[in-house]
Design a binder for this molecule. Structure first.
Ligand SMILES: *Cc1c(COP(=O)(O)O)cnc(C)c1O
Length: 614
């Protein structure tokens, strides 16, 4: 087993700002006119630049990709998040796969223009000043989506409050509740102070749901929240759109009412209770968002249905996620597309005409991506992968439901297949949340099995610090993207979409987006449902041995599959299409979507038991 090199020794003195922290944007760049921005997008995390640690995983990537598509298509949007001065974290893995973490400190002062506004909100019964930094997401033809990153590190604030916007998903529930209060309450106050009066407020997950309280207060003016009526609440409802991302109740943020009273105050807490936003006696951010939204959606067709079963009192629609094509396609492929179908940057539907491009040319682009990836692997680990050998990729947030070790479930069979098919290479990557002991254990399990299996026929490497950069290289360079979630826990998944856009087929459990994206033997392969994990692993091995490896031996047929991945799945699983659907169905619906029929397909109804938290 090889592992990623340990990072350069960290210095104890204040380091020089790395190149990445030099200004990303001209600090004097003028802010676009905010009075014309009609949609405000709120997200606890947003992946804005590979140089900024303001995201943890899929949710933040989706937010960033959404805004990049909004910029490309000149959407009238503005966005709000937190500054996360210490980031999420940098992952280090020792020789046994034990994860440790360090902060990723950055300084918005030296990097971004200031919003030049400070608002004051009352939380924890004391005033807190909140300022913001502006990141401009610039589209293909120059349209700008300003993103305001809220910052409580302001002179005069309580010292503890100054650290509130430091750590993404760090700290305890009290810290999280305070952060969510900052996002929803201060975020809304700031937008309004900046002269922005959106018609639509889009909550990307429940973290931002306190914005509804800010809007309710605005609706009733000087009056006390205790006087807000159902009619007032309905005015707020008409402005709000909510996207839920979690198919299990345990995944939804909830807080004890004592905590809510301390952080939000008695009046706000009582209002939340009065409008029926508690669930099992707890303040539940999802119920708050549901109550105050006129449109709610899940992030893939099945996820919408699962969510509808979880929340039968509300109507839940589906808008399937996408990825920002220009962000995730390899440079070689971008060059090819610019030459053959230049309109793709403006309108991703033109990806369909990839069918008019010689498959071998697409294959060549992929081959360059594979070489580039293996160069990175060599730099990081000293290990040389063979570009001729079939290579699988598995990289994602380490969470138990994602079952990182399913692929290694039957090591003997895997090794046998590797020998039979002329070799197999597997690249792993993924971070476990610092507090997730079980997740960290999973990484060690993968290390241990890999150590035993590594041989001339089968090579397995776990790469350190999965992030934007590594995610891009992996999805551009491996041959097959593997995903093995426990159904129906994968709300959507987006990394397989990045792979598809680069002509990389998926081998995946039929969950999330893959139910819509899998055309067997055309865009990839489905791992059959089994009663046990072992049965699912055997299906994975069967596909690998009997379908994937034989096709890989036929370069022309493989190239046609790569072409289909882009032409069929690239055309649909992108954020240009997704954002178009938000406009049509959520933001400014001209003809509302019909309600989802209750009652799921057979495959899912067997699984409803997993919807109750363990
Ligand atoms: C795309 C991406 C994700 C989300 O991928 P999933 O398939 O949803 O797990 C997470 N982390 C990084 C770094 C990514 O690039």
């Amino acid at each position: 087993m090889t592992l990623a090199k340990t990072p350069q020794s960290s210095t104890t003195t204040v380091p020089e700002p790395p190149a990445a922290f030099t200004p990303l944007i001209d600090k004097n760049a003028a802010c676009p006119d905010l009075t014309t921005r009609t949609i405000a997008y709120y997200s606890m995390e947003i992946a804005l630049s590979p140089a900024l640690p303001t995201y943890s995983g899929g949710l933040g990537m989706l937010a960033g990709d959404t805004l990049r598509s909004a910029a490309d298509t000149a959407a009238p949007m503005v966005a709000v998040s937190l500054v996360h001065r210490k980031g999420y974290f940098r992952q280090m893995l020792d020789a046994s796969g034990q994860q440790t973490e360090t902060d990723v400190a950055w300084t918005p002062e030296t990097t971004l223009p200031s919003a030049a506004k400070t608002v004051t909100v009352t939380i924890q019964n004391r005033p807190i000043k909140v300022t913001a930094w502006r990141f401009d997401v610039v589209g293909a033809v120059g349209h700008v989506i300003p993103v305001f990153l809220l910052d409580t590190d302001v002179e005069g604030n309580d010292l503890w409050d100054r650290r509130l916007t430091d750590h993404l998903y760090g700290g305890d529930t009290y810290y999280r509740l305070c952060q969510e209060a900052v996002l929803g309450l201060a975020g809304t106050a700031l937008l309004h102070d900046l002269g922005c009066k959106p018609m639509v407020y889009h909550m990307n997950e429940g973290h931002a749901a306190f914005l509804t309280l800010a809007l309710l207060q605005e609706q009733i003016g000087e009056k006390s929240l205790s006087e807000a009526t159902d009619a007032d609440a309905d005015v707020v409802r008409q402005q709000c759109v909510f996207t839920t991302h979690t198919p299990v109740p345990a995944g939804h943020d909830q807080f004890g009412m004592d905590q809510a009273k301390t952080v939000l105050g008695l009046e706000r807490s009582a209002t939340i209770e009065r409008f029926g936003c508690l669930h099992n006696g707890l303040l539940n951010m999802t119920y708050l968002a549901l109550k105050f939204s006129r449109f709610v959606n899940g992030v893939a067709m099945q996820h919408g249905k699962v969510s509808q079963e979880m929340f039968p009192d509300y109507t839940i629609h589906s808008i399937t996620n996408g990825v920002h094509a220009a962000t995730w396609t390899s440079q070689a492929l971008q060059d090819l597309l610019d030459k053959e179908i230049p309109a793709w940057r403006h309108d991703n539907q033109y990806f369909r005409s990839v069918y008019g491009i010689e498959p071998a040319r697409i294959s060549n682009c992929h081959h360059l991506g594979k070489q580039r990836l293996f160069k990175l692997v060599a730099e990081r680990t000293g290990q040389q992968f063979d570009p001729k050998v079939l290579t699988l990729g598995f990289a994602r947030r380490v969470a138990t439901y994602k079952r990182a070790s399913l692929l290694l479930q039957d090591p003997k069979r895997l090794l046998k297949i590797a020998r039979k098919i002329g070799g197999l290479q597997i690249l792993y990557a993924g971070k476990a949340h610092p507090a997730d002991t079980a997740g960290k254990g999973l990484i060690k399990d993968v290390f241990e099995t890999a150590q035993k299996l590594n041989s001339s026929a089968l090579r397995i490497i776990y790469l350190e610090n999965y992030d934007w950069e590594l995610g891009a290289q992996l999805t551009q360079g491996v041959d097959v993207w593997v995903n093995t979630p426990r159904r129906p826990y994968e709300a959507s998944g987006t990394s397989g979409m990045k792979a598809a856009l680069n002509g990389v087929p998926s081998l995946s459990i039929l969950d999330g987006w893959w139910i819509e994206g899998c055309a067997e033997d055309v865009t990839g392969w489905a791992i059959d449902d089994g009663d046990t994990e072992a049965a699912e692993a055997q299906s994975l091995y069967d596909k690998l041995e009997n379908s994937i490896a034989p096709l890989y031996q036929r370069p022309m047929a493989w190239a046609r599959m790569q072409q289909s991945c882009i032409a069929m799945n690239g055309t649909f699983f992108n954020t240009h299409r997704m954002l178009g659907q938000y406009f049509m169905n959520a933001y400014f619906p001209q003809s509302p979507l019909p309600d989802v029929e209750l009652g799921l397909g057979e495959a899912i109804s067997n699984e409803t038991s997993v919807l109750t938290p363990a």
